[in-house]
Ligand binder design. Structure first.
Ligand SMILES: *[C@@H]1O[C@H](CO)[C@@H](O)[C@H](O)[C@H]1NC(C)=O
Ligand SMILES: *[C@@H]1O[C@H](CO)[C@@H](O)[C@H](O)[C@H]1NC(C)=O
Length: 360
């Protein structure tokens, strides 16, 4: 009788019938639906051949060297040099004779950027395109520009702009990520290959995999070091060839190191210590999860507090400039009163007046 009444008013609504019949059904359906991605993720995890190795315990030490002065809000007061005209200006090399910064960008261009008091007076000139991704840049003894390009190798760009390949292999092994470069007073070029397995676009895999692949071809200080430390390699004198501690417990992950000619090395820090990276270094399975996310949906943003650390000749930190909003800072040089920071992601060089915004 009640059914008949129901029929006469409106056609049965399937969803109504289900919700009347079994109250637990929608809940179960919800649980099953939510399990699908979990099961899918577990299967992906099991099938994925990526096999990260544990890092040695000193990688995930939480020790941070004390720094006497810092400016943890360096974006406040910082300026953008070459805004919108530079694509991830990674390294910055300054030629005082012309007042020009050379920087290599993600679009292959080596740009010449004039250094002026007012950033609006700075001019960006597209100078030479390597056809690759110029990273490390150093000025040679004949005013040539030596470029570490992970896609091309070690390049010599003459003052007239002619590009010549110096080398792209060592002992039969092709370089994959020719990364940092410097030229010694005697003209010897020191450079590093950050990974012989992964190319730059894949550099994250190197870090996630945790197997040592940095080639120390001849590099004074070791770049992109997961251990948050810098080593010193003697290129001359009694200790020639010896590697020793320079600084341990950096407040972040280091990239390029530049000497300012005034008694300080500037160590660029791609990111400060963050909980996600701490967990990733500690647990290979976390790195594998990140690797799978990177492959299918993109890597989560795990970096903050990037910046630069000034260190004296003895390896003692003197000042730390950083900001929660900064990541993938790859180089820092001091020119006059300003710190200029290259980076892998922003469309400009970051500049901070150290007199106006000092570390305290
Ligand atoms: C900017 O700096 C360059 C190199 O030092 C110089 O040649 C140029 O005249 C400067 N421009 C202005 C507007 O100050
Ligand atoms: C780079 O090329 C220039 C011009 O040919 C040359 O003078 C210079 O010595 C070269 N530098 C190196 C390091 O080979």
């Amino acid at each position: 009788m009640s059914r008949k009444k129901h029929d006469s008013t409106s056609p049965p609504n399937p969803s109504k019938i289900i919700s009347k019949g079994k109250t637990s059904w929608p809940f179960t359906a919800f649980s099953v639906a939510s399990l699908v991605p979990v099961v899918f993720a577990i299967i992906l995890y099991q099938l994925d051949p990526f096999d990260p190795a544990p890092y040695p315990p000193d990688v995930f030490t939480r020790y941070v060297v004390p720094v006497p002065a810092s400016n943890g809000r360096m974006l406040q007061g910082s300026e953008s040099v070459g805004a919108g005209k530079l694509v991830g200006p990674e390294d910055v090399a300054y030629d005082p004779s012309s007042g020009v910064i050379y920087t290599g960008c993600a679009d292959g261009w080596i740009n010449r950027v004039t250094v002026n008091d007012s950033v609006s007076d700075s001019v960006v000139q597209k100078w030479v395109n390597t056809g690759g991704r110029p990273l490390g840049i150093a000025i040679g003894r004949n005013n040539e520009i030596i470029v570490a390009d992970p896609e091309k190798g070690l390049l010599n760009v003459s003052a007239e702009g002619t590009v010549e390949l110096l080398t792209d292999e060592a002992e039969g092994q092709k370089f994959k990520t020719t990364d940092a470069v410097d030229v010694a007073h005697n003209g010897i070029v020191y450079f590093s290959d950050a990974s012989y397995k992964y190319r730059l676009k894949e550099f994250i895999w190197d870090i996630l995999e945790g197997k040592p692949m940095v080639d120390f071809l001849a590099t004074t200080l070791q770049p992109r070091e997961q251990r948050r430390r810098c080593r010193k390699y003697h290129i001359q004198g009694e200790d020639k060839g010896r590697v020793e501690k320079f600084i341990d417990g950096l407040p972040g992950m280091p990239d390029n190191i530049r000497y300012d000619g005034e008694g300080h090395y500037w160590i660029a820090l791609a990111s400060g210590l963050t909980l996600p990276w701490d967990l990733a270094f500690r647990y290979p399975f976390v790195r594998k999860c990140i690797a799978i996310m990177e492959k299918y949906i993109g890597r989560p943003h795990m970096e903050k507090n990037g910046g630069a650390l000034a260190v004296d000749l003895a390896g003692k930190p003197t000042a730390h400039y950083y900001d929660p909003g900064l990541s993938l800072v790859s180089s820092g040089i001091k020119i006059g009163d300003h710190l200029y920071c290259g980076n892998l992601v922003y469309p400009h060089i970051i500049r901070l007046n150290l007199k106006q915004y000092p570390a305290t």
